[in-house]
Ligand binder design. Structure first.
Ligand code: SF4
Length: 271
């Protein structure tokens, strides 16, 4: 019975794993053609040590807010109900043109309507950086959002530092996500975890699981680390063996089937 429940999830994650190198917007379009996509920026301002995509997409180039809002209004006029801002990292929108993700979301949410904005690929660094303002904005517009994908990748301070995803302590992440849960219980929190990063010990992996358990994410996608050409991490020592990566991957999926709560909103009839 339990295996039956777990198997589709493992299968789904195995299918998703090879897509990890593609842009997430492509993945979404496979499943839902009704999503109205608006390109909000190109490129990325981070230098994650394991990422090869950044070499292809280049530096962050945000589009003018006015253009985005005009496209958004056009989408609403044409009856679209789901809006997906497309970018490498949603949280960094605008920092190259003197704006921020707060300005983008505030600009969108000012329009009333029966729509949902899909907050995809939002590096948690930006949420923590401007937490109070963003929390208030999300809370005031909770009817216009279903979920936010915050790819945290690891719950270990040591591994996060080596991943170079922006500096923030895990404790702050826990504190703010717990607060977000409390303030906006209807908001689904999704995340990605990368297992088997060079130097990841069983203690580091356990710290990721502890964070998942504490926050009770609604959805967790696991990816197995792989060396990609010209990345800093590919030159790091202490590589994790394939068998250990596989064990952590499968154990992580099982752990989430116990501790996460993917169906809580459906169960409470809120969507
Ligand atoms: S946030 Fe990191 S992983 Fe994502 S595109 Fe930028 S450098 Fe790559």
């Amino acid at each position: 019975m339990f295996i039956k429940r777990l198997y589709p999830k493992i299968r789904q994650l195995k299918l998703l794993a090879p897509l990890a190198k593609k842009e997430k917007a492509d993945i979404i379009s496979i499943f839902d053609n009704n999503i109205f996509k608006i390109r909000v920026s190109h490129g990325c301002c981070f230098q994650c040590s394991y990422c090869a995509i950044r070499f292809a997409i280049g530096k962050l180039r945000s589009r003018p807010l006015e253009e985005i809002i005009n496209e958004f209004k056009e989408g609403l006029k044409n009856g679209h109900k789901k809006i997906l801002p497309v970018c490498g990292d949603l949280g960094s929108y605008g920092i190259d043109i003197g704006l921020s993700i707060y300005d983008l979301l505030k600009g969108i949410f000012q329009y009333p309507g029966d729509y949902k904005v899909l907050l995809n690929d939002f590096n948690i660094y930006w949420l923590l950086k401007d937490f109070d303002r963003l929390k208030y904005l999300l809370k005031s517009n909770q009817d216009k959002i279903d979920w936010i994908l915050l790819p945290i990748q690891s719950g270990s301070d040591k591994i996060l530092k080596q991943m170079n995803r922006g500096q923030y302590p895990v404790e702050l992440m826990k504190k703010n996500l717990t607060e977000l849960r409390k303030e906006i219980p209807s908001l689904e929190l999704k995340t990605h975890i990368l297992v088997g990063f060079p130097g990841e010990t069983s203690k580091d992996f356990q710290e990721s699981l502890n964070l998942i358990k504490e926050i009770k994410f609604n959805e967790v996608c696991f990816f197995k680390y792989a060396d990609l050409p010209n990345t800093i991490s590919s030159c790091m020592p202490d590589k994790v063996s394939e068998i250990i990566k596989q064990i952590r991957f499968v154990y992580g999926v099982w752990f989430c089937s116990i501790w996460c709560r993917p169906y809580i909103k459906k169960a409470s009839g809120t969507r």
